[in-house]
Design a protein around this ligand. Structure first.
Ligand code: NAG
Length: 336
C-alpha cells in the first residue's frame, strides 16, 4: 500500500543526476589515465569502430521496449455528467502507442478537459482524435519528433472538422533504438522514469493556474465571441508551447506516462514505493493494472491526503483531505 508523502521527488532527482555526472566523469578520467589503447576498442565488438557512424554502441538496435496500458474512467453517473453519455472506456482521457518496431516506439496520453460535457458535447472527442492522429503520424513515413507529431496531429484534427469543441493536454514520448528518449509535454499530464524504483527523470506540469492546464483547444468562433462578451476567455495553447525533454535511458528503466488522475492523487514517492513493493512482478500488464487499481481506490478514499487535497489546503489555508476522482490512464514502458 501507499504511504502518504509530499512531493519529494525533485531533490532526489537532482541528487541522482549529479551522481550520474560523477560516474561519467570518473569513467572519462579512467580512460584518460589509462591512455588511448586502440586494441581495447576493438574488443568491444566488430561493429561500431569501423562503421563510420561515430557511435560506440554495438548495433543500432541496442534497446527494445515492452509496454502496457491500463486505465479506469471515473464514475459519471452524477454531477455535471448526469444524463450525458460518454461512449469512451477511458473517459475524457486517451492514449496511443505507435510501434515502428520493438526498438522504436512512440507512446503518449492526452486528457480531454472536462466542462464541455455539461453543454452536451462529447468531451472525449478531442483527446481521442488527437491520439489517433499522433499514432498515425508516428508510425507512417519518416520519424518526427514528439513536438512535431503534436503539431501535425493538432492541425489535422482542426482540419478534419470532426471535433466540434473541446480542449486537451498531450504528452508524447519517443523511445528510439539508441535509448535517447524524447518527450514533448503540453499541459499537466506527466512522464517519469524510474531506475531501480528510484525516480531519475520527470516532466514539469504546465498550468495557467490551479487545476487549469495548458491545452490544445477547438472552440467555434461563436463561442469565443460570447465568452469575450462576458469578459472571459478559454485557455488555448499552441503546440509550440510544449516543453521538450531528452533523457538517456538504460536497460530495465520503467517509464510511466500518466494523466493527472494519477499525479493529482499520489506523489512520486508513492510511485517509488509501489514499484519497490512490486519489484518481483514480471508481468508488466498485471503490475500496470494493479497500479491503476490502487490509485483508483485512493482517489475514492475521503481520508486520503491526496496531492490535490494538499495543494488545495496550501492555497486556501483550510484543511482539505481526500482523493480526487478522475479518469486515470497510464502507459507503462519497460526498457530491455
Ligand atoms: C540517439 O540518436 C539521436 C538522434 O536520432 C541523437 O540525438 C542522440 O544523441 C543519440 N544518442 C546517443 C546516446 O548516441
Amino acid at each position: 500500500m501507499f504511504v502518504a508523502s509530499s512531493r519529494g521527488g525533485l531533490r532526489g532527482l537532482s541528487r541522482s543526476r549529479s551522481m550520474c555526472i560523477c560516474v561519467v566523469l570518473a569513467l572519462v578520467l579512467a580512460q584518460l589515465l589509462t591512455g588511448p589503447d586502440v586494441y581495447n576498442w576493438r574488443s568491444w565488438g566488430s561493429r561500431g569502430f569501423f562503421s563510420g557512424s561515430g557511435s560506440a554502441q554495438s548495433g543500432s538496435s541496442g534497446f527494445s521496449y515492452k509496454h502496457a496500458v491500463a486505465y479506469q474512467a471515473k464514475d459519471r453517473t452524477d454531477g455535471v455528467y448526469a444524463g450525458t453519455q460518454l461512449d469512451s472506456p477511458t473517459g475524457e482521457d486517451n492514449y496511443f502507442v505507435g510501434m515502428r518496431s520493438p526498438h522504436d516506439v512512440f507512446a503518449g496520453v492526452a486528457d480531454g478537459v472536462g466542462g464541455w460535457a455539461e453543454h452536451g458535447f462529447d468531451s472525449s472527442a478531442i483527446s481521442r482524435e488527437l491520439c489517433a492522429a499522433i499514432q498515425d503520424f508516428s508510425t507512417l513515413g519518416k520519424i518526427l519528433s514528439p513536438k512535431q507529431l503534436i503539431d501535425l496531429a493538432y492541425a489535422k484534427v482542426k482540419n478534419d472538422g470532426e471535433v466540434q469543441v473541446g480542449g486537451t493536454t498531450a504528452i508524447v514520448a519517443h523511445f528510439p533504438p539508441n535509448g535517447t528518449m524524447k518527450v514533448a509535454n503540453l499541459g499537466d499530464s506527466w512522464c517519469g522514469v524510474f531506475r531501480g524504483t528510484k525516480l531519475v527523470f520527470q516532466t514539469k506540469f504546465q498550468t495557467v493556474g490551479f487545476n487549469a492546464p495548458y491545452q490544445l483547444a477547438i472552440i467555434p468562433p461563436q463561442m469565443l465571441k460570447e465568452a469575450a462578451k462576458r469578459g472571459g476567455s478559454y485557455i488555448q495553447n499552441k503546440p509550440s508551447d510544449a516543453d521538450e525533454y531528452q533523457f538517456q535511458l538504460q536497460k530495465n528503466d520503467i517509464i510511466l506516462l500518466a494523466t493527472d488522475g494519477v499525479t493529482d492523487n499520489i506523489a512520486t514517492g508513492d510511485m517509488e514505493l509501489f514499484l519497490s513493493n512490486n519489484a518481483n512482478e514480471v508481468d508488466l500488464q498485471k503490475v500496470s493494472q494493479k497500479f491503476v487499481d490502487q490509485v483508483v481506490k485512493l482517489s475514492k478514499d475521503t481520508n486520503f491526503p491526496s496531492v490535490f487535497a494538499q495543494e488545495m489546503s496550501r492555497l486556501s489555508g483550510k484543511r482539505y483531505t481526500g482523493g480526487k476522482e478522475d479518469d486515470i490512464t497510464v502507459v507503462v514502458v519497460k526498457v530491455e
